[in-house]
Each structure stands twice: as structure tokens, then as C-alpha cells.
Design a protein around this ligand. Sequence first.
Ligand SMILES: *Cc1c(COP(=O)(O)O)cnc(C)c1O
Length: 394
Amino acid sequence: MTQQKIPFLDLVTPHVQLKNELMSVLSSAIDKAGYIGGPMVKNFEEEFARFCEVKHCIAVNSGTDALRFAYIAGGINASDEVITVPNTFIATSESISQAGAHIVFVDVDEKTYNLDPAKLKAFLETSCEKDAGSGKTINKKSGRPVTAVVPVHLYGQMADMDAILEIAAQWNLMVFEDACQAHGAEYHSTKLNKWCKAGSMGRATAFSFYPGKNLGALGEGGAITTNDDEIARVCRCLRDHGQAQKYYHDMEGYNGRLDAIQCGFLTVKLKHLPGWTEARRKNAKQYNELLKSVAGVIAPFEPEWSKAVYHLFIVRVNDREAVQKKLGEKGINTGLHYPVPLHLQKAYSHLGHKSGDFPVTEKAAAEILSLPMFPGLTEEQIVAVADELREIAK
Ligand SMILES: *Cc1c(COP(=O)(O)O)cnc(C)c1O
């Protein structure tokens, strides 16, 4: 029997522990009136770029803005088509529409829940053709150019980037990573013969610092990382009304800056991220060991080329609603990520999809359950969750 409630995540403890450092960021901002831009922003950008092993980081005010600015700066044009997965948060696709482009969904892999390279290849080979003159990939049905693909490193595990980058190169597609759940995740590239950090492999990458993310601000936040100087320059412009110099506008942009105070907070927290990631990985290992013997519970799959950061710990169960309810009755809080696949959302009814179009995503949406996962989760709590799942399975 669980005695105490087990929360889904804990946003109190880490900030209480760091309260003095966080308060001194606030205090220094107040003393200097340093609210927008300035050294706290620059310092965080440098530290986060170093963390991601990438040349540039541009701090913006959300992961959604990071995606939108990356797409626009990367050269996605209005009327282009951009491929992504239906098993993700709507920000991945919303931002494609906001950049003026059209969304095309390709289904995910059954074991990792991330973009399936084989299905990407099949879509390109059956539904697209290369224009002989321009070399552009054209969707045969719509006649529109397909210019980019957005793998999402969902739940903190990177998509199969070698395979995706190779297919993308063959079809002239830009690759944008949605790493909003994958700060610090790593992928072993056979091609490059090394471990690569999330945010360092694509043309540009979006991160979110929403409070619940592995690296969270004390409010909204996001960032773009890229090795491309021109994309970095345009993203800096886009986040600041298209100005490179005050009141001289090279283009129309957005109010998309990240507050200096949030950058200061994030710099404090970034120092702890490697330790927090280690704790999440240790928790995942414990869960996996305990759940092995529980019938009807499928634990997450980590390929040998992946070091996942377990933003979420997802299991699959048959009677998901009943399991969630029973865990809830024992004080164990769980989540659903995500209950309705994007292609079946009302917002996308105009795309004309129906159930059955992306069977792997639909099956996952019906069966996945996110168990409590955060760095401070204790071994006793993990044992209690596993025991309860074993009890329910009986
Ligand atoms: C959180 C998240 C986003 C959006 O980030 P915000 O900072 O909330 O705008 C985008 N994609 C994925 C996969 C996310 O989890």
C-alpha cells in the first residue's frame, strides 16, 4: 500500500534548493534594471551552446517560437510542405502552419514512438518525385514542394538521426530537430563515429524551457541551436522585430525575446542538468528492472545508439483508463502524452485524415501512460508504483 502521494513531477524542491542563487539573479537584475538582452542573455546562450556542442544558441520566449523562427530562418517558404509526426505536441505542427507551410504527417516507429525512417522513405518514394530541373522534391498529389522534415525527440529520446539525415539528403530536405523534450539527449552516429547531442545534428533545433521540461525556466522560455551562421543571424533578427540595430528593420519579425531574468535562472539550473539527467536515467533503469516481471506492461525501449534523458517515462498498458484510475486511487499521479493524435484533432480536420491513417500513433495514443518521473523520485516511490502496477495486473 502506498502511504504517501506520489506526484507526477516536482517543480517545488529543485527551486527551493536553489532559492538563494535564483534570488540573487533577480536581485542583480533589479539593481541594474537588466530585464531585456544584456550579459545574462549572452551568457546563457554561450553556456547552452556549449552544453549542446553546437556553435550558436539564440534564446527566445518559447519552444513554439523557437520552432517557428528556425523554420522561417532555415528557408521554409509559404506553400512548402513540411513532414512531421502525428505523435507529438501540437507546437511542432502549429509552427509549420505559422511559417506559412503545409503539414504532412508520417507515422512513428512502434518501439521508440519517434519518426520511422522506413515510413519516411516509403512516403517519399510513393507520394513524391524529384523535379528534374530544380532537384526539388514535389508531392505528386498536391504539386507542392516538400522542403523539410521535423523529427521530434519525444519523451527525451532522439529519433534515428543517421537514417533520417541520409534520406533527407537524398531528397533535398532540410532537417529541423524538435528537441523540446530532449535537453542533453545523445545519439550515437555511426556515420560520424561519435555520440552527438540533441540540437547539434539538424540544420537548426528548437528547445523549450517550459517549467516542466528537463531544463525549465521559472516561466516561459525556449531556444534555437544551430551551426549555421546565417540561420543564427536571422533568428536573432526575427526574435527582435526584424532589427539588427535598434529601429532599423531588415524584415518584419516578432516580439520573441527571452527575458534576462529567465536566462539568469536557466544559467543557474543548467549547471545541475547533467546530474538531474543522470538521476532520471537511474530512475528509468530501476523502473525497467522492476517492470520486467509485470505482465501486460511494456516499458520504454532504448536502442543501443541512444542515451535518452527520460523527460517522460512512458509505459504501454491494455486497459489504460482503468490502470490510470486505479493508480490515482492509490495517490499515484500519471499523465497522458498524448491522448489524441494530431491528425485526429479538430484543429486539423481540414487535412481530411481519419482514424486508421497512422495506426502506430493511434495505438500508442490509446495505450500509453506516463508514470511519475523527475530527478528527485526516490527508489521507494518507484518500487511503490511498480508494486501497484503488479497488483493491478493480477
Ligand atoms: C513543450 C513542447 C513544445 C513547445 O514548447 P513551448 O515552450 O511550450 O512553446 C514543442 N514541442 C514539443 C515536443 C514539446 O514537448
